[in-house]
Write a protein that binds this ligand. Structure first.
Ligand SMILES: [Zn+2]
Length: 446
């Protein structure tokens, strides 16, 4: 058998870079580095942008599918997805960059959040849809996110020195056998660094643009006030289900007042004439509202998982499954919770259920693979990780777990190749140490 031969400096090629930096740099390398000055689409001024428009689209294309899967995929309720896409489409047409490849995704995730990738991929969770009261509020939310895209806020943040701040969040990771006790990511909420932390100025600009877009689309600005009031009220409560939303879109009473003032000074007349479409919103979200208790129970479960209390989390997930037994996210969350509780056989059962409910959604493949790993069914684990890689490539964790499965099967040479590939992407953390140690032990490193 032909041996691989790595020199230690090959392993260190990514030396000094964090995984995020490495992925960021590789995404730039393919897209062609440095876009230079560009005319800002909203202000019309020339401004330094690190990413060109094609790079924004490329970064979006590479990263957004991982975030969407971390958020349990788009809902299978096609009518709901189409409805939100329809509202989104009408907003997109009013933006400063109507030519961007916008797409709108209602995400199975129960937490309260919405986000935009720089190419126009916009995600809206079931959690936040349940907190909105009419279509004008939804239009305001989408308008705000489209405002971030139009004003190129991700590019601006890149330009301002946050070069390392590109994703990949991917699927949260469970520990394999003899992998220590890494259950931290099991219940984690996936929010990529790409989406992290707009500045207060950017929030203000996105608010102002969002308001403009939704009013131009014919909605009552009261919807914008309603959205802001909901956020303002929630921001005082420190609920764990809202934490990601507020860490990415900072809320403040100043922001709230500014929004209200802008409605009063610019759009007062529209408040009397334009509709908010409350009934239409209620009709289109009726099916989702029916399982609101299940979504709420998942939020509670996630809160307990974040406090590292899987036992309690399991009770909440049990409640959500009682309310909605066929819910993909609920089954998968239960599987992850059971992995954290080391009840691997039951975890496998729930991950299989999730797989059968939503066969095309990759996260269940990953979790089912983890359950098989724990049960030392290495060949079945490998088959899940291979399926995952096929459905959603570019997640370094998959490479590691393919290697780990191959190692378990005694296929050292193939395992070594995967470990080597993994170390090209990630050079710190427990998995990197494991990969490095094996390569040394097996004589691939000299
Ligand atoms: Zn924002």
């Amino acid at each position: 058998m032909k041996k691989l031969f790595f020199r230690p400096n090959m392993i260190k090629q990514a030396g000094g870079l964090t995984r995020r930096q490495f992925i960021y740099l590789s995404s730039l390398a393919t897209a062609g580095f440095l876009a230079g000055c560009a005319v800002h689409p909203v202000t019309g001024r020339r401004e330094l942008m690190l990413m060109s428009e094609s790079q924004e689209i490329e970064v979006d294309r590479r990263n957004s599918p991982h975030q969407i899967s971390a958020d349990y995929g788009a809902v299978q309720d096609k009518a709901l997805g189409d409805y939100v896409s329809h509202v989104g489409g009408s907003i997109a047409g009013q933006t400063h960059r109507p030519h961007m490849p916008y797409s709108f995704h209602v995400l199975n995730a129960p937490y309260v959040n919405a986000y935009a990738f720089p190419g126009g991929t916009i995600g809206i969770t079931r959690g936040i849809l349940l907190d909105l009261e009419n279509e004008a509020e939804l239009a305001a939310l989408i308008g705000h996110e489209a405002g971030h895209v139009s004003a190129r806020h991700t590019s601006q943040r890149m330009t301002r020195g946050l070069l390392a701040a590109v994703v990949l969040s991917g699927v949260s990771v469970a520990a394999g056998p003899d992998m220590g006790d890494l259950v931290a990511g099991l219940g984690g909420i996936g929010a990529g660094a790409l989406l992290a932390g707009y500045s207060r100025n950017q929030e203000r600009e996105a608010d102002s643009l969002g308001l403009e877009y939704m009013v131009q689309s014919g909605y009552n600005p009261e919807g914008f006030v309603g959205l802001m009031s909901m956020l303002n009220e929630m921001s005082g409560k420190e609920e764990s289900s809202m934490a990601v939303l507020f860490s990415t879109h900072p809320m403040s009473s100043e922001r709230y007042r500014t929004a209200l003032n802008e409605v009063a000074s610019r759009y007062e007349a529209r408040k009397r004439t334009s509709p908010v479409f409350r009934e239409r919103y209620m009709d289109n979200t009726a099916q989702l509202r029916r399982i609101a208790p299940a979504v709420k129970a998942m939020q509670d479960g996630d809160g307990e998982m974040m406090k590292r209390n899987p036992q309690k989390a399991g009770e909440h997930y049990r409640n959500s499954l009682n309310a909605a037994p066929e819910d993909y996210a609920a089954n998968l969350k239960m599987a992850k919770c059971l992995l954290a509780l080391r009840n691997d056989r039951e975890a496998l059962r729930y991950s299989e259920k999730a797989r059968s409910i939503y066969p095309a959604e990759p996260q269940a493949m990953h979790i089912k693979g983890m359950a098989h790993l724990r049960l030392r069914n290495f060949d079945q684990a490998l088959s899940q990780f291979n399926s995952y890689e096929q459905a959603l490539s570019g997640n370094p964790n998959t490479t590691f777990f393919q290697g780990f499965s191959l190692e378990g099967m005694g296929r050292k040479e193939q395992a070594a190749r995967k470990y080597y590939d993994y170390l090209q992407l990630v050079n710190q953390g427990e998995y990197a140490r494991h990969a490095y140690t094996r390569l040394q032990e097996w004589g691939y490193l000299q």
